[in-house]
Design a protein around this ligand. Sequence first.
Ligand code: ADP
Ligand code: MG
Length: 292
Amino acid sequence: MPADKEANRPAIRPEPEAASIQPAAVSAPASVPAVVAAAPGVPALTIKGLSVYFGSHQVLKKVSLDIKARAVTAIIGPSGCGKSTFLRALNRMHELIPEARMEGDIHLFGQNIYGRDVEPVIVRRRVGMVFQKSNPFPTMSIAENVTVGLRLNGVRARSVLAERTESALRMVALWDEVKDRLNAPAVSLSGGQQQRLCIARAIVVQPEVILMDEPASALDPLATSKIEELIANLKNEFTIVIVTHNMQQAARISDYTAFFYLGELVEFDRTVKIFTSPSQKQTEDYVTGRFG
Ligand code: ADP
Ligand code: MG
């Protein structure tokens, strides 16, 4: 679809963020596909000329970059520069915001995610999201929070649900802490555990990409380091895009870093390059803490 048609796409009524996770699975096919075993380094997401507007306010300005498969890409930049907006465009979540519209093209492993025949709910299952504030479903148990996406996708066999729950909880290093109380309310967990639970809920439906918007910024240092460790493990299977305002965190956990400023992509490169010898003066000023 040409970009000018995209710009006319009507805004969709807003929904709470947590609620958007549930409908994502409702109309999805009954089976859950296996993870696309993309080779590391091939582009998982190809973003071309992405502009996002809220009403007449242009928040992203012709952003183009490739997100590499099975790697961690960090999005950095001062508050308000468009990091969350960028992330939301990658799984069409901005369509839940009134007034939001976009121009440009985003392909997921070659498929236009804004194509006429592509359902946003399917995109959101293939491109999962984890938010800054952990948002387990409060009326559900620990196990139910993990299995909800599978159940909505028609998975019923208890053995399959149990096996997938365990493997997702192991992957986020939560299994040993919760295996004896899987039926306890999810809200009985600590903040850090709840966030790992939300990551388990995101990965159990086997998305290809996981978007994380400052997933550790509300957590203490120990809980933060656990999140960082599990991200390092997740990238063996998934493609990860993480927004962080913590420079050390970006340097520690990411392979690639994109620096945004006032809605523009100033620089995108390997993380070592961004943090040791960036090409742009603005990037250097930001990563060395001279502004932001
Ligand atoms: P960041 O995540 O980098 O802090 P955001 O992507 O949240 O930045 O915001 C970028 C710009 O878009 C800001 O100017 C913000 O005020 C505006 N913005 C974000 N969300 C909305 C919204 N729902 N409606 C209108 N403007 C918004
Ligand atoms: Mg943000």
